[in-house]
Write a protein that binds this ligand. Structure first.
Ligand code: BES
Ligand code: MN
Ligand code: ZN
Length: 495
């Protein structure tokens, strides 16, 4: 959908749908009150019939009100005039699902006087766009009968003349970059593993690079062997699909400025290897490349926003399958860093491929490195689908991510990365073991990574619970794209 901002007069506005608010006890928002007056009380008369039950987000769509130029008016119940963010999001989602699939050329959004916690109007516009785009997202590439392809075409935000238009325009630009990026991440993660193979992911990276102008380097198996990425190759050796290692580069600042490096786990299917997973729910392991998908998405957003910063994205891509050539529990491999790893559990493959990718990132002399990975089931037990698990070797970096999480409502929660957990992954015959011997599985996974990130500031995001929703309605969420775009915007000081 296209989005614009404009000061409008609700009564005269010719739109296919005016969106206006109703508060507690039938109080009307400013625009709704004007419409009511122009229609000689039509809105209050309808409300008096009681169809709009006073529950946050309930809607009532009205047609052809007398004296009003627009063809439809959507009443939305908003509760108190001052509301919590969660209610705000619910309201926007309800509006979006009411309008989804309707042949509307133009929607005019007049709900611009809501007091949402301490959210400025510009920020409200941004979340509204993100929410609507989330709601309008469909993935029907593999349906022979496509979903309803009709979609509203344009949304006009009514802004009061005294508002800071530059801030609102910035918010719109950012919202579109974030939403486009999230859609890319969702598309990739939703694509099944028979199509979304390591080769497919590498191809998509190349296509993205060509389309938007990023430098893309693809290392094939031979090059990966030459580099000496023994941990990454150990995971890949059980699959007939060749692995790829993709590096994307964006230069928005002087060459000498140190880059921010993203590393994304790209396991296009995780069957667990010889330590095979149970069949129930195994299909969800097609999402195990959600980290890599988010890295591509981030690179696209950074480019779209032309951020004055250098950024590198690194994605190791492989499957994790059982076969006659697969790694076996007890095998010892040598990582790119030179550290030897005893592989006790072949299902703890993410940390193996990340170890080599993190070591590889050293050569970019990074300002900081952030990895994102669907790394542990344990993080779902701890945090569910609400917060991404955050573990970092730098307190300032962790604090910046927490702040960006709050602002973007793509939130993180910190877990400790104390040395006390390190002894769990000591091995008696190699330098390190790939799983811990006791509890705290998400933390010991991060402790493993920490052994490969000593040379730079680093944060690890465990997105196993947040990158997708499981169950029958399984789908990718596009997280943590909004979080990390916000993090970058904050660093560039433009929001
Ligand atoms: N990709 C999984 C993590 C995962 C599990 C994501 C469930 C989403 C839902 C990862 O590779 C894995 O298998 N982790 C193991 C680690 C264990 C063997 C220490 C896990 O969490 O069970
Ligand atoms: Mn696994
Ligand atoms: Zn995995």
């Amino acid at each position: 959908m296209r989005y614009t901002i404009q000061a409008i007069e609700p009564v005269k506005e010719t739109s296919d749908c005016l969106v206006v608010g109703v508060f507690k006890a039938g109080k009307l928002c400013k625009a709704a009150a004007q419409l009511d007056e122009a229609s000689q009380g039509a809105i209050r008369a309808i409300l008096a019939k009681g169809d709009l039950v006073e529950e946050i987000g309930n809607t009532l769509l009205l047609y052809s009100l007398p004296g009003i130029a627009s063809t439809r008016v959507l009443l939305v119940y908003c509760g108190e005039e001052s509301i919590k963010f969660a209610d705000f999001r619910k309201i926007v989602c309800c509006i979006a699902s009411t309008l989804k699939g309707k042949p509307l050329e133009k929607i005019t959004y007049c709900l611009t006087h809501l007091a949402v916690e301490d959210l400025a109007f510009a920020a409200q516009v941004r979340y509204t766009v993100e929410c609507i785009e989330d709601c309008f997202y469909t993935f029907d590439q593999f349906k022979t009968k496509k979903a309803n392809t009709q979609q509203p075409k344009e949304m006009v935000f009514d802004v009061a003349a005294e508002m800071d238009l530059t801030a609102v325009e910035n918010a719109l630009t950012q919202a579109l970059a974030i939403s486009n990026a999230k859609n890319l991440a969702k598309d990739l993660a939703n694509t099944p593993a028979n199509i979304c193979t390591p080769a497919y992911m590498a191809e998509q990276a190349e296509k993205l690079g060509e389309a938007v102008g990023l430098t893309v380097t693809v290392l094939d198996k031979k090059a990966i062997v030459n580099e000496g990425m023994g941990a990454f190759l150990a995971v890949a050796q059980g699959s007939e699909q060749p692995p790829y290692f993709v590096v994307l580069e964006y230069m928005g600042a002087e060459e000498k400025r140190k880059p921010i490096v993203w590393v994304g786990k790209g396991v296009t299917f995780d069957a667990g290897g010889l330590c095979i997973k149970p069949s129930l729910g195994m299909e969800e392991m097609k999402f195990d490349m959600g980290g890599a998908a988010s890295v591509y998405a981030l690179m696209q957003a950074v480019k779209q926003l032309n951020l004055p910063i250098n950024v590198v994205g690194i994605t190791p891509l492989t499957e994790n399958l059982p076969s006659g050539t697969a790694i076996k529990p007890g095998d010892i491999v040598t990582s790119l860093s030179g550290q030897t790893i005893e592989i006790l559990n072949t299902d703890a493959e993410g940390r193996l491929i990340l170890a080599d990718a993190l070591t590889y990132s050293e050569r970019f002399n990074p300002e900081l490195v952030i990895d994102m990975a669907t790394l542990t089931g344990a993080i779902i037990v701890a945090l569910g689908g609400v917060a991404t698990g955050l573990m970092s070797n730098d307190e300032c970096l962790a604090a910046d991510l927490e702040a960006a999480g709050k602002q973007s409502h793509d939130r993180v929660w910190s877990l400790p990365l104390w040395d006390d957990y390190q002894e769990q992954i000591d091995s008696n015959i190699a330098d390190v073991a790939n799983v811990g011997s006791d509890g705290g599985k998400s933390i010991t996974a991060a402790c493993f990574l920490a052994r490969f990130t000593k040379k730079f500031k680093w944060a690890h995001l465990d997105i196993a619970g947040t990158a997708w929703k499981s169950g029958k309605e399984k789908k990718a969420t596009g997280r943590p794209v909004a979080l990390l775009v916000q993090f970058l915007i904050n660093r560039c000081g433009t929001f």
